[in-house]
Design a protein around this ligand. Structure first.
Ligand code: C2E
Ligand code: MG
Ligand code: MG
Length: 722
């Protein structure tokens, strides 16, 4: 078609000036051919005006044959540059001018009359007369839009993640190389940040991939919104992203944006009607401070991320070679712990739980111990944190559950039965398979009643994901297993949330128990938890009970079940049956076992501890400054906390009892002694002051005895009133 072909002139129905007439059949044939070929064909005369245009060309240009014939080609066939949309010369014009065939090397954009745009390949050839003189040109053009879109799409997909539309690992590798070169050139710093989501897997497991995907898309949007146009966010795996932050002068310049990234990712996600949370652990390697190759830099950022996860999650960690070594050690420790599981170096110890009101052993808690062949007993604090957030936790918990069931089954064969509680690590509970595995373990020990097994999980873990934990508890209940919240009081649970958890028991954290007799705040918390348990109709247990006094106080407050060194230390399995058989309750417990206190009497129980503390502080003050005690609290018996109770709550409730009135004289005397001690102390006569403290302690015992009498009188009165 590139050479002169007389059919053009006749087909167009307009003279091209060659003077030949073709037979009508031939003309008709040419018209049919032109109409049916898929390329657009336009012929022009020597002046560049259109003489022929076929149907496809009419379609692409938006001009009909009638409109187009005779118009300059440039008016009908408007080509622009694909990238910058600048006008480009029509190939037909070039073909006429240069009298040669011409085609574009690259695609061009054809803009139709109505604004539609097509990506086209176009070429043109001159039409020559018999003397090779130019008579016009023929332009052939093909719409390649679909093709090119497809190609572009494939190219885009090769470099992008289909879900989030972020660059993928391929494109990231290019961008990383470019960014590193640029940082070198501009003498700036580049932060390569490896970001991995914390808590994403449970969302995927629990709510399905569709919800998981929506969280990932939101994360991608949040990350993209935070970075500058010159920076990059890429998604390189399930819940793994890499950010390239450019243009800083000092490593600390990156801290604000890293903080913002953490905060942004941690903000709640609302998917359907659910509120979900994930956090991010970020590892950062900074180039060119770290002048390794791109692969190594990414690996360093990944390692730093791993470290951030191990040390608490929801944080970022800069890579440095020191913790690289630590990380190495950490990995070795994990390997060692895995091996310990395989080599059966773990043992379970059992600590009894006792109901002090009835004097009965009601169960025991299984506590893990590591008997290292060289190091001996390894403290829990040295290995439980090491495996936190790793799959070893899961293996360990599974081992504990199976071992407890095996032990219970062995005991049962010896005629010994006792409910046992097991500690479950919080991340294990998050796993979708947890309940199924528990069911399988129970099924494998059919001779053990599931109701004898109780799971303990720390309170803070439970409130992390209330909805899920509720399902786990309900599923455990269906299996017959009970559930209690451990270390209760440390997790700052909101009451409204707790109400939604069908737990069977609350275990008051030992830190409150330890100080409850000295610290009225702790005592108030203990009392509060006991009240809470009554409202929720769950049982309450106190752990870390070390003295009889603690036990009695707990019982008087309404917590009858206790566990602690005061009763027994954790012991090997083989010692437990004998211990239980030989167990004798402390006779002092039964003294108060029949009494139940009214809530209004609570300050009476607390008063004695206020007094004990006052005496302690005064005795200690002989050698030191007065501390928290002010002089007025010593000289004035109405100014100390005990005096305050006596004058107000005490007088109001017990003012009519002789046991109450008796106390005043002793209290007065003890303040006289205290005042004398204060004076001697002021004059520097420390020895003389110290001698008086014996008298002080004697009077304290007397007050405690009198308080004891008063408490007995009060309980008698309650009984009479009933
Ligand atoms: P926990 O479940 O709150 O267990 C009570 C801890 O307090 C035990 O420490 C126990 O030995 C200790 N304890 C008991 N009575 C007293 C007392 O009167 N005074 C004092 N000062 N301490 C007392 P242990 O065995 O070192 O365990 C510490 C924590 O490690 C446990 O706290 C539990 O959270 C975890 N743990 C223990 N065994 C396991 C296990 O088998 N699996 C899992 N996942 N965690 C475990
Ligand atoms: Mg526990
Ligand atoms: Mg505990």
């Amino acid at each position: 078609m590139a050479s002169h072909d007389p059919t053009w002139s006749s087909a167009a129905g307009s003279p091209t000036g060659n003077g030949h007439d073709n037979p009508p059949a031939e003309n008709e044939m040419a018209r049919v051919i032109l109409a049916s070929i898929s390329e657009a064909v336009i012929a022009t005369d020597a002046a560049g005006c259109i003489s022929t245009i076929n149907a496809e060309a009419e379609h692409l240009t938006g001009w009909s044959r009638q409109q187009a014939i005779g118009l300059p080609l440039g008016d009908v066939f408007r080509l622009v540059d694909l990238d910058n949309r600048g006008p480009i010369e029509c190939p037909a014009t070039v073909a006429i001018r240069e009298n040669r065939a011409f085609r574009f090397e690259t695609d061009a954009l054809l803009v139709a009359r109505d604004g539609r745009e097509f990506i086209v390949e176009a070429s043109a050839a001159p039409i020559r007369g018999e003397a090779a003189e130019p008579l016009g040109a023929v332009l052939i053009c093909r719409d390649v839009s679909d093709n090119r879109h497809l190609q572009r799409c494939i190219a885009w997909q090769a470099g992008h993640d289909a879900l989030t539309h972020l660059p993928n690992r391929n494109l990231l590798t290019d961008r990383l190389r470019q960014a590193m070169a640029q940082a070198q050139r501009q003498r700036t710093l580049l932060a390569v940040c490896y970001l991995d989501l914390d808590g994403f897997k449970p969302i995927n497991d629990r709510y399905g991939h569709e919800i998981g995907d929506r969280v990932l898309v939101s994360v991608a949007e949040r990350l993209t919104a935070l970075i500058r146009g010159s920076d990059t966010v890429a998604r390189i795996g399930g819940d793994e992203f890499v950010l390239l932050l450019t243009g800083a002068e000092a490593p600390t310049d990156f801290h604000p944006v890293l903080e913002r990234l953490l905060a942004e990712v941690a903000a709640p996600y609302h998917v359907d009607s659910r509120q979900l949370t994930v956090t991010a652990s970020i590892g950062v390697a900074i180039c060119p401070l770290d002048d390794s190759d791109p692969d190594t830099i990414l690996r360093h950022a990944d390692q730093a991320m791993y470290y951030a996860k191990q040390t608490g999650r929801n944080r970022y960690q800069l890579f440095d070679s020191e913790y690289d070594r630590k990380l190495g050690r950490h990995r070795e420790e994990i390997v060692r712990i895995r091996q310990a599981l395989k080599e059966q170096e773990f043992r379970l110890y059992f600590q009894p739980k006792v109901n002090i009101r009835t004097g009965k052993v009601i169960g025991a808690e299984a506590l893990i111990r590591w008997l290292h062949p060289e190091r001996g007993l390894v403290p829990l604090g040295e290995f439980l944190p090491v495996i936190a957030n790793t799959d070893v936790t899961e293996s360990l918990d599974t081992w504990v559950i199976n071992e407890v069931l095996r032990q219970m089954s062995a005991w049962s064969a010896q005629g010994f039965t006792l409910p046992i509680s097991v500690n479950i690590s919080p991340d294990n509970l998050q796993r979708a398979e947890f309940v199924d595995q528990l069911a399988a373990s129970l099924a494998a020990h059919a001779d053990v009643a599931p109701s004898l097994l109780e799971l303990e999980v720390i309170e803070s873990a439970a409130i992390d994901d209330l909805g899920h934990i509720r399902h786990v508890i309900e599923a455990c209940h269906r299996l017959g297993v009970t559930f209690s919240l451990d270390d209760f009081g440390t997790g700052y649970s909101c009451l409204a949330n707790l109400r939604r958890l069908p737990v069977d028991g609350l275990k008051i954290d030992q830190s409150f128990i330890r100080d409850m007799l000295d610290d009225s705040n702790d005592l108030a918390i203990v009392e509060g938890v006991i009240g809470l348990a009554q409202v929720f109709q769950s049982h309450v247990i106190a752990e870390g009970v070390e003295t009889t006094e603690h036990a009695i106080m707990l019982m008087r407050l309404g917590c009858d079940i206790v566990q602690g060194f005061g009763i027994a230390r954790p012991m090997p399995a083989e010692e437990l049956p004998d211990w239980v058989r030989q167990f004798k309750p402390d006779p002092k417990w039964s003294l108060w076992a029949d009494t139940h206190w009214e809530l209004t009497d609570f300050p009476l129980l607390v008063a004695q501890y206020d007094h004990i503390r006052w005496v302690k502080q005064l005795v200690m003050a002989i050698d030191q400054p007065l501390g928290r005690l002010d002089a007025n609290e010593i000289t004035d018996r109405h100014a100390c906390r005990f005096g305050h109770w006596y004058d107000h709550h005490g007088r109001l409730h017990y003012g009519d009892l002789p046991e109450f009135t008796d106390i005043d004289t002793t209290h007065n005397r003890i303040h006289e002694v205290g005042t004398r001690m204060l004076r001697l102390h002021g004059k520097g006569q420390t020895e003389a002051a110290r001698l008086l403290s014996a008298e002080l302690l004697r009077l304290k015992d007397q007050i405690l005895e009198q308080l004891h009498q008063l408490q007995s009188a009060v309980t008698r009165r309650h009984v009479d009133q009933r």
